[in-house]
Design a protein around this ligand. Structure first.
Ligand SMILES: C[C@@](CO)(OP(=O)(O)O)[C@H](O)COP(=O)(O)OP(=O)(O)OC[C@H]1O[C@@H](n2ccc(N)nc2=O)[C@H](O)[C@@H]1O
Ligand SMILES: Nc1ncnc2c1ncn2[C@@H]1O[C@H](COP(=O)(O)OP(=O)(O)O)[C@@H](O)[C@H]1O
Length: 317
């Protein structure tokens, strides 16, 4: 500890956690519990939130970053819910201050809230010395949300069930991406509902009896394994894309702007409205990001790469 550090500095724990893009999001029919079975191929990418926990009298929350005004600061915040769930698991008080330094777009289809939940679990477990096993942490993650287990593990993984049952995937290289951030978010339940509506309207039906079980694409898994960006570009697939475009038709112009600028492929990130552009290298990423910013079809564009590691203690561990 340095001489002038605040008294509580040694007791703070900070966890860094990545955003995700779904390189394949195959959506099965609506289940009786309202969720959809998925073959969800996650790739963690280098946009990060940081969650810092510090001992306090009661559970309190602050958030900074460009989208901070859209983040709830009450007990509906997924990071607060994570702290409460871990405290309940160990029969103790969730007496911490949680600070979220948010750089992941909010309600953007990049799992920012899930990332904060995974980070808060790991940070609180480290601060409290509760020694929760990896399996128990993953169970708590799955109770908090379908995407939360992946935020803890990072890298690349196939999510089955509603996305919470993970099999790690090998990735044979670095993939370069640009993310175009939209103005305003899209609600994940609303996008799944629109997907069901479009399926019903097409006469196919939308339940598990109507839609074949979702399966991962062998070509896509192979492209990840070999690190082949051109092959991955050809295999990218998002069954929620039509629904996101139906709710936000302006995303078509963003997708076209990135493709015109030379991206290998363009797709909606998860439930959107962030759009994702796979490019050949870091230089192409900067070029496509600049073209997207100049296109007037998005709020901003960010160049980054994946896979990125999952939630990691960066200070205080
Ligand atoms: C679509 C995806 C793709 O990774 O993420 P985003 O792109 O929104 O980040 C996920 O499936 C979102 O996961 P997550 O945001 O954790 O969802 P949850 O909190 O578990 O569920 C929120 C709501 O989404 C719908 N939902 C979610 C997962 C799933 N497999 N089927 C669903 O139908 C349900 O309406 C559910 O009530
Ligand atoms: N820690 C958090 N960060 C962002 N949003 C949160 C958080 N906790 C709860 N939310 C709520 O969850 C909604 C979805 O946010 P987010 O997880 O960023 O998007 P997505 O589900 O599209 O990946 C937000 O609109 C917000 O109301």
């Amino acid at each position: 500890m340095t001489r002038n550090a605040p008294d509580n500095a040694r007791e703070s724990v900070t966890v860094r956690v990545p955003a995700k893009v779904n390189v394949q999001l195959a959506v099965g029919g609506r289940r009786p519990d309202g969720f959809h079975d998925l073959a969800n191929v996650f790739l963690a990418v280098g946009l990060h939130d940081e969650v810092t926990v510090t001992p306090a009298d009661t559970l309190t929350l602050t958030c900074t970053g460009p989208d901070a005004d859209q983040v709830p600061l009450d007990e509906s915040n997924l990071a607060a819910r994570a702290a409460l769930a871990l405290a309940a698991r160990h029969g103790r008080e969730a007496n911490v201050h949680l600070h979220i330094a948010k750089d992941i777009p909010v309600a953007g289809g990049m799992a920012g809230g899930s990332a904060d939940a995974a980070a808060a679990l790991l940070a609180c477990d480290t601060l409290w010395g509760t020694g929760t096993s990896r399996d128990e942490l993953l169970t708590l993650c799955a109770e908090l949300g379908s995407d939360v287990p992946f935020s803890l593990v990072g890298g690349a993984a196939l999510g089955r069930g509603r996305g919470e049952l993970l099999e790690p995937l090998a990735v044979g290289g670095t993939f370069h991406w640009v993310f175009a951030v939209a103005d305003g978010g899209l609600s994940t339940p609303a996008v799944y509902k629109e997907c069901d509506r479009l399926r019903d309207a097409s006469g196919r039906g939308a339940t598990t009896a109507d839609i074949p079980d979702p399966e991962p694409s062998p070509a896509l898994l192979d492209a990840l394994r070999t690190g082949d960006a051109t092959a991955l570009a050809a295999a990218l697939e998002n069954d929620l894309q039509a629904a996101a475009l139906s709710l936000r038709p302006s995303l078509a112009a963003t997708l076209a702007a990135g493709t015109d600028a030379g991206a290998l492929a363009a797709l909606v990130s998860g439930s959107g409205p962030t759009t994702a552009f796979l490019v050949s290298d870091a230089e192409a990423a900067e070029r496509v990001a600049a073209a997207l910013r100049a296109s007037g079809t998005c709020r901003t564009a960010r160049a980054t790469a994946g896979p990125a590691p999952g939630a990691t203690v960066v200070t205080g561990g």
